[in-house]
Design a protein around this ligand. Structure first.
Ligand SMILES: C[S@@+](CC[C@H](N)C(=O)[O-])C[C@H]1O[C@@H](n2cnc3c(N)ncnc32)[C@H](O)[C@@H]1O
Length: 395
């Protein structure tokens, strides 16, 4: 998703049976740069041996993109997102009350304030973007300065003098891993979380599935076949390139999806390492549930908010095709004690993450029960870790 701004599509190129996508990097908005200034800072917990990774120009641009109020407005207005976080905080109130919390990437401070409202003793609200200055004002306006300490700087650089009981963060990018913010949650976990502490969200799962989307194809491609009675089909190759060269972030519905999804990656926030995120490869095998033109693949994710004791999600789900039973188990949650899930699936209420689509230049007709198989590799760009390369093979 190289060069992709928050609302624009990731990139790619296409050749027979192989789809190489070079998605573009960064936040859910354009990148601009930041100043590294601590509004307040404590001392680092002892035991930090590794020097922090350098803050690159790409990182600066990334943090700058979060200094604009619009991106925070969009996230906060995403009620599915924000209310699920608030519910998760309330559900885990017994772990938060009287405890020390760090909010990794606090933005306007909203999650820090939810935690303070849930009774946290102290919240370290950390953000490297200038938005931290606004968060500090919001904290003051709500008379929470005695509880919330805003640290303006990178999680990798700021110092906190004590162990924390809880880490909360809204780190998920498009396709879950775009933006690469999870690495900073891992840094926070390894620097400050006490053994047995809580991480919200606790798990995440990235899915993919083949989709049919005739309306989208007709609107962007078939349109050129007859424009006010004029044959503009010479424009078709350019139209395909412009529409589908890059992955695109858009909302599809459950009806567009041709099969049960496949788990590309399961993330256990308690154990995942930065190295594991550098490259993710999965082999998939789908069986189309209907006869339809197959237009490409959709990617989406969900995250789960479970307590430390429940954090026993089996790694065996990783890179395995999902069965109908496992999907229904995750979706339906008849038992209210089961973990809360924030889903960005096509069949669930839309969120600002929508779904990420990787389209082919030309649809492939598939029969009912026809097998679609191949592999997908998502790799962090070496040049800019906020970028992601997608390599898709299919037959
Ligand atoms: C997706 S926003 C979430 C904002 C807020 N928590 C919310 O839920 O509305 C992510 C925020 O994390 C910040 N961020 C990302 N990586 C960071 C890092 N390594 N150190 C400090 N802040 C970071 C960004 O500047 C951005 O404001």
């Amino acid at each position: 998703m190289e060069g992709m701004s928050s609302r624009s599509p990731p990139a790619g190129s296409y050749s027979n049976g192989h789809h190489n996508h070079k998605p573009q990097g960064g936040g859910r908005d354009q990148f601009r740069s930041r100043k590294s200034r601590h509004t307040t800072a404590g001392g680092r917990v002892s035991g930090d041996a590794e020097p922090p990774p350098p803050c690159t120009d790409f990182d600066k641009a990334y943090f700058q993109s979060y200094s604009h109020v619009g991106i925070h407005e969009e996230m906060i207005k995403d009620r599915v997102r924000t209310e699920t976080y608030r519910t998760a905080i309330l559900q885990h109130q017994s772990h938060i009350e009287g405890k020390v919390v760090v909010d990794v990437g606090c933005g306007t401070g909203i999650l820090s304030i939810f935690c303070a409202q849930a009774g946290a003793k102290r919240v370290y609200a950390v953000d490297a973007s200038e938005i931290a200055l606004q968060a500090n004002e919001v904290v003051k306006a709500n008379n929470l300065s005695d509880k919330i300490i805003v640290l303006h700087g990178r999680v990798e650089d700021v110092q906190i003098d004590e162990e924390v009981d809880v880490i909360i963060s809204e780190w998920m990018g498009y396709m879950l891993l775009y933006e690469s913010m999870l690495g900073s949650v891992i840094v926070a976990r390894d620097r400050w979380l006490r053994p047995g502490g809580l991480i919200l969200p606790s798990n995440a799962v990235l899915y993919m599935a083949p989709v049919t989307h005739p309306d989208r194809y007709a609107e962007s491609i078939d349109f050129w076949r007859n424009v006010y009675g004029i044959d503009m089909s010479p424009i078709l190759p350019l139209a395909k390139q412009c529409a589908f060269e890059e992955p695109s972030v858009e909302t599809i519905s459950g009806e567009n999806v041709l099969t049960w999804p496949h788990v590309v990656k399961h993330v256990d926030c308690y154990t995942i390492t930065i190295q594991e995120l550098e490259s993710v490869t999965t082999k998939y095998r789908f069986q189309s549930m209907m006869r339809a033109p197959f237009h490409g693949f959709a990617f989406w994710f969900d995250v789960e908010f479970s307590g430390p004791a429940n954090n026993d999600a089996p790694s065996s789900v990783e890179e395995s095709p999902k069965t109908a039973a496992s999907v229904s188990h995750r979706r339906k949650r008849a038992n209210p004690d089961e973990a809360l899930v924030l889903s960005t699936a096509p069949e669930d209420p839309p969120t600002h993450w929508q779904q990420t689509m990787v389209y082919f230049y030309d649809p492939i007709e598939v029969e009912q029960d026809q097998v679609i198989e191949g592999s997908a590799t998502l790799t962090q760009s070496k040049e800019n870790a906020r970028f992601m390369n997608i390599h898709l093979e299919y037959s």
